[in-house]
Design a protein around this ligand. Structure first.
Ligand code: TNX
Length: 749
């Protein structure tokens, strides 16, 4: 081989090495340099163990990935560990990983750093598992945030210790260091407390569970429950310790306490006999601030702190409706005695008193942002979930904050199209949204930002019945948040991140982990170009891998290939999907188009829809796409207390004798059918003549699909007024507040 040739070849190897080595790591390391050459791992892989407990862990994992023999060794080895002096970079967790002609070297100032070096190495080995030639490289790495957490609600649905350990494995693989274990809920108490046996015999079991979408209000009658014994808890904690993960137990107070009150009615404020709750949502039955309640909670805390050898205990504090406190003479008297102005101050008293007790045990409290109500307890850390405001307030007043806003960190929310994803609580937290999150709010000073301790993904489990579904909801979003928490995320390069996520899917396949392929999902968007409609398709990667049909059949690799936006000129169904290596890897996106005389025409709304439900603006109402009643977050316009007043300009005189539109009827979400509608026509767009009016009777009959017939008209302009119900009457969900009115697709024939 000529010199030039071998030089060129080396160049090519180094480039491809660089590309592939950077393709896999999540979270992305702070510094990574790939060099020429590679180190082959032999038939037997030798680890120089140096009495480092993490070596044992590495050995097991390597065996599983490579199926080769792995030996813990004291002599010449492939993989070496070194302790190096303490580093100033970042927070705890610094390490270096180097692959060179002598093998693999992991160096760190402590075992935690070594453990993170191991996690990075495991991802490298996974990527090169076919030939086990590891590219030469140098990594220097450390986290930005000291709190990198994942939460699991075991109250709504219960998960075995084996499953919890699997969950911890996932956290470790992506360098999370905190596990927030949400142990008590209205729907079940899940931790053994020896002093209170009825917590296990009564509070841990419910008579049935809510099933299906919340607003359906359907229930089964299957007894459901479970709890962890203290031995099991110790076992999980020991397991977590090996993975360098702290476990933060949450004992909810004063709200989310109905299960405990069902077991010990004296802890509540009413005489009502309560069951462990079977419904999702927020129970009004909260702990009563009696001396015996405080004694109970102190006794519970005594046992809890013994089980969790960490600095922090989470005391909840969220969603505590004050109804029973307002109605209780005892609480009202107590407030007078204590000089408290309102129930919020009572909540603050409650939390502060429990904080004092927990502090006296040498521990600190964390609470959801509602612990700010009525004044923050002196040493508390705030977990900001309703938004980022709670975190900002905490940081500005010298309290630590953990950022977990619903808009980016709620992994119980949908991560893809609700029509093809399994039932979820609602919302929309796609992978790219998680990745874009910056835990440090913009308006904090450098000094204040230091109080932002980190971030956490929350997994509430009302709609998550089994562990496969747990996996599905956290993967791949757990990857995005890990990079946010590690501090190397770059939203401008989301596509590059997405490629690394896709490169990790085979690892999940090997481990048997379920995950959402929502990022492959074909997303359809309708655009209007001068009255002509086009259906634009996109997906995670190459749009040329999208195939679609317009004849109603399932798309296959032989169906039409997507080249450019599809003109929509008549009523039809487009079915599309994403393919890779000839295989369909996404769910099928089904879109039906209904073409009528209003389709694509100019439309103006007198009152705008609410910001959170404005879809593509007024055009949404004439885009040939009818909103799906099960998914009011998409294709619908939502009006908070307001009427819809739409004026459609046909561009020329047009004949028509029917107007139809759809509404959502979902009272559980405060969405109500309208109370009436009025149709008017005009030829100048200013003076309208009323031609038909309908009232609540006709609307009710319509069940959300209103169709209004009238004598044939010939006009250029049409005005459709759809009347909001107004203030929600007593006895209905949301009583006293303005009703929501959801409308879509005004069809004219
Ligand atoms: C709010 S986040 C809750 C939970 C629910 C969750 C559903 C928080 C502190 N409270 O009780 O499960 O919403 O997303």
């Amino acid at each position: 081989m000529t010199r030039l040739k071998s030089f060129l070849l080396a160049g090519i190897i180094s480039i491809s090495g660089a590309v592939s080595a950077q393709k896999i790591f999540i979270p992305k390391p702070q510094k990574l340099v790939v060099e020429n050459g590679s180190y082959p791992l032999g038939k037997e892989i030798k680890i120089q163990e140096n009495n480092i407990p993490e070596a044992e862990y590495l050995s097991k994992q390597l065996q599983a990935i490579t199926q080769r023999k792995v030996i813990l060794n004291t002599g010449k080895s492939d993989i070496h560990f070194n302790f190096i002096p303490q580093q100033k970079n970042g927070v705890e967790g610094y390490y270096k990983l180097e692959v060179n002609a002598e093998g693999v070297h992991i160096s760190a100032p402590d075992n935690l750093g070594l453990f993170y070096g191991i996690q990075t190495l495991l991802q490298l080995v996974e990527e090169h598992k076919n030939d086990l030639n590891l590219p030469y490289l140098k990594i220097e790495d450390y986290p930005k945030f000291a709190y990198r957490g994942m939460h699991l609600d075991v109250g709504r649905h219960f998960f075995s210790t084996e499953e919890v350990k699997n969950y911890l494995d996932y956290l470790a693989a992506y360098k999370y260091n905190k596990f927030h274990w949400h142990l008590t809920e209205d729907q079940g108490w899940r931790i053994e407390i020896k002093k209170y046996p009825k917590l296990m015999s009564v509070a841990a079991w419910r008579k049935g569970s809510q099933v299906g979408p919340y607003s359906d209000m359907k229930f089964d009658t299957i007894r459901y429950g479970g709890y962890y014994t203290q031995d099991e808890i110790r076992d999980v904690v020991a397991y977590a310790q090996k993975l360098h993960i702290d476990v933060i137990p949450e004992i909810e107070m004063p709200g989310h306490a109905q299960a405990a009150i069902a077991a010990y009615p004296e802890l509540g404020c009413t005489d009502q006999k309560l069951d462990v709750w079977t419904r999702w949502g927020v129970s009004e039955n909260i702990f009563c601030p009696k001396e015996e309640t405080f004694k109970f909670l102190e006794n519970v805390i005594d046992e809890v702190v013994e089980l969790f050898p960490y600095e922090y205990t989470h005391i909840g504090g969220d969603e505590a409706p004050k109804k029973t406190w307002k109605e209780s003479q005892f609480v009202q008297n107590l407030m007078k005695t204590l000089g408290l102005k309102n129930e919020e101050e009572m909540q603050s008293y409650f939390i502060t008193r429990m904080e004092k007790y927990i502090n006296s045990k040498g521990k600190q409290i964390i609470g959801w942002d509602e612990i700010l109500e009525g004044g923050l307890a002196p040493n508390a850390t705030v977990m900001s979930w309703t938004g980022i405001e709670g975190g900002i307030h905490a940081a500005k007043t010298g309290h630590k904050a953990i950022m977990t806003p619903t808009s980016t960190n709620y992994f119980d929310y949908y991560q893809g199209n609700p029509e093809t994803e399994p039932l979820a609580i609602g919302g929309n937290v796609r992978l790219n949204k998680v990745y874009q999150f910056n835990p440090i709010p913009e308006n904090l000073s450098a000094e204040e930002s230091k109080y932002i301790w980190g971030t956490q993904g929350n997994l509430w489990t009302e709609y998550i019945l089994d562990f496969n579904h747990v996996q599905y909801m956290i993967f791949p979003r757990i990857m995005a948040l890990s990079e946010v928490a590690w501090g190397t995320s770059n939203p401008d390069q989301y596509k590059e991140f997405e490629d690394r996520v896709i490169a990790q899917f085979p690892i999940l396949d090997r481990k048997g982990i379920h995950y959402s392929r929502a990022i492959f999902e074909v997303e359809g968007k309708i655009t209007n170009d001068n009255g002509n409609l086009f259906y634009n398709l996109s997906s995670a990667k190459n749009p040329k891998n999208i195939h679609y049909t317009t004849d109603g059949s399932e798309p296959t690799i032989h169906s039409k290939t997507y080249q450019s936006p599809i003109p929509i000129e008549k009523s039809e169904v487009v079915k599309s999907a994403y393919f890779e290596n000839g295989k369909k890897v996404s769910a099928t996106t089904v879109q039906e188009f209904t073409f009528t005389k209003s389709t694509g025409k100019e439309i103006v709304l007198t009152y705008p829809p609410a910001d959170s439900y404005k879809a593509n603006g007024p055009e949404t109402l004439v885009d040939a796409i009818r909103g799906n009643a099960g998914n009011h977050g998409k294709d619908w316009l939502g009006f908070d207390g307001k009427n819809v007043e739409a004026i459609i300009d046909f561009g020329a005189k047009t004949r028509f004798s029917n107007v139809s539109f759809a509404n959502v009827d979902r009272n559980g979400s405060w969405i109500y059918l309208p109370k009436g509608a009025v149709i008017s026509v005009s030829n100048d767009g200013k003076n309208f003549k009323e031609i038909k009016k309908i009232g609540s009777k006709e609307i009710e009959k319509s069940k959300g699909n209103v169709s209004i017939n009238f004598a044939t008209q010939e006009a250029r302009y049409l005005k459709v007024v759809i009347e909001n119900l107004g203030i929600i009457p007593d006895g209905f969900p949301g009583a006293g507040s303005p009703a929501w009115l959801f409308v879509d697709e005004i069809s004219v024939n």
